[in-house]
Design a protein around this ligand. Structure first.
Ligand code: LMR
Length: 398
């Protein structure tokens, strides 16, 4: 039965990890996958997480199955981060959240449910977008188209083009939007522009699917939820996929959530019952450990405060790396202007490096970036930034 199975290409992002691991050069640097490393080049285990873990260890709870939709405290905490703790959408039961296997799991549960209720719809993603968006929605059975987003000439947003392509989409199109820290470009619309984007979706009867995997890495935890709240204030029903992989540095625990804003209490009950069927037939119910950690932090004021402080530390360090990278590339005598890197938000920079330059970085210097030129700024540190800046200068100049 396997005789005709074709070899699939490596994943454009996670496939780089495999190559990186096999590289024996001690100076190698992984700027591929979106993972935050501290200044010593380690993935941090946050203090808030360690303290939550100690509490859970003390409690020594048995590991029963979780409810299909996950830990109630986790879901409530995740939803409050998005909509705001005092949101009427929570009090009036006009929203619901299910625990999912990371942000990807949230997208997948959402996509499978959407396929049931809008079987003939298409999905529109930004050009460019996270590579897995296209693959995931296509695998769920949707035709996937793209809307204009990035302007390579300005390294900024092609706002007019974006609105024009959104206006051209047929009613019922599902539009995937990065609610903050756009992946891969690091270019976000302003809040004012978001108002127009939301109104355009509303006028065109388009279905918003907000993906927010980097909350807290832009301007702050509350600030980065502004787009979600803006859509909510307009009374729009929507899908929101969120992730704690990055903000809690819990990548391998697969901690994400799917939140839906509905038309009302009774609708929420019906919708939740269907989401539970999607989950049950995929993986039955989510795992306990990561969800329990996040829930403990979100629902314990002193741990929440500690987490918020640690997240701010990660955000500030990334910002410092952006500034240093620009200065250090300039100091190498590169005339090309890289100052746009400072204005980008989140973990990534769409560096403008070509495919050939990315290849040379990998082959000659052991520096791994995504083929599109996306680099993970969160993997730079005081030990590798000079080497990276020098290598970038070398591939640009020659
Ligand atoms: C990334 O874009 O690098 C991250 O979201 C990790 C992933 O799953 O691709």
């Amino acid at each position: 039965i396997f005789a005709s199975v074709e070899l699939a290409p490596r994943d454009p992002i996670l496939g780089l990890n495999e190559q990186f691991k096999a590289d024996t050069r001690p100076t190698k640097v992984n700027l591929g996958v979106g993972v935050y490393y501290d200044d010593a080049g380690r993935i941090p285990l946050l203090k808030a997480v360690r303290q939550a873990e100690a509490r859970l260890f003390e409690q020594a709870e048995p590991r029963n199955y979780l409810p299909i939709d996950g830990i109630p405290g986790y879901n409530n905490g995740a939803r409050a981060l998005l909509l705001g703790a005092g949101s009427p959408l929570i009090a009036e039961h006009r929203s619901l959240t299910v625990q999912t296997l990371g942000g990807t799991g949230a997208l997948k549960v959402g996509a499978d449910f959407l396929k049931q209720i809008l079987p003939n719809a298409q999905v529109a993603i930004s050009n460019p977008s996270w590579a897995n968006h296209q693959a995931l929605f296509a695998a769920a059975g949707f035709p996937v188209v793209s809307y204009d987003y990035y302007d390579a000439a300005t390294h900024g947003l092609n706002f007019d083009g974006m609105l024009a392509s959104l206006r051209a989409l047929p009613a019922g199109t599902i539009v995937v939007l990065h609610a903050c820290c756009h992946n891969p470009t690091g270019v976000d619309p302003t809040l004012e522009q978001w108002q127009d984007i939301a109104r355009t979706l509303q006028a065109g009867q388009l279905v918003p699917f907000l993906d927010i995997a980097y909350q807290g890495f832009g301007a702050g935890i509350e600030e980065d939820a502004a787009v979600v709240r803006l859509f909510a204030d307009l009374g729009m029903t929507m899908f929101i996929s969120s992730s704690f992989s990055k903000s809690f540095s819990l990548y391998g625990e697969r901690v994400g959530a799917l939140t839906l804003v509905t038309g009302g209490d009774e609708e929420s009950t019906r919708v939740l019952s269907q989401l539970k069927r999607v989950i049950r037939t995929n993986y039955s119910n989510p795992p306990t450990h990561g969800g329990a950690l996040v829930s403990t932090v979100l629902n314990t004021p002193e741990l929440y405060a500690l987490w918020a402080e640690e997240l701010a530390g990660m955000r500030d360090r990334i910002r410092a790396m952006r500034h240093q990278l620009v200065e250090k590339i300039q100091a190498q005598g590169v005339s090309q202007d890289f100052s746009f890197v400072k204005a980008q938000r989140g973990m990534f920079s769409y560096s403008g490096l070509t495919k050939d330059q990315v290849e040379r970085l990998r082959e000659e210097f052991g520096i791994y970036a995504v083929g599109s030129g996306r680099i993970c700024v969160a993997a730079l540190n005081s030990g590798n930034i000079d080497y990276v800046a020098e290598a970038i200068a070398r591939v640009i100049k020659a």
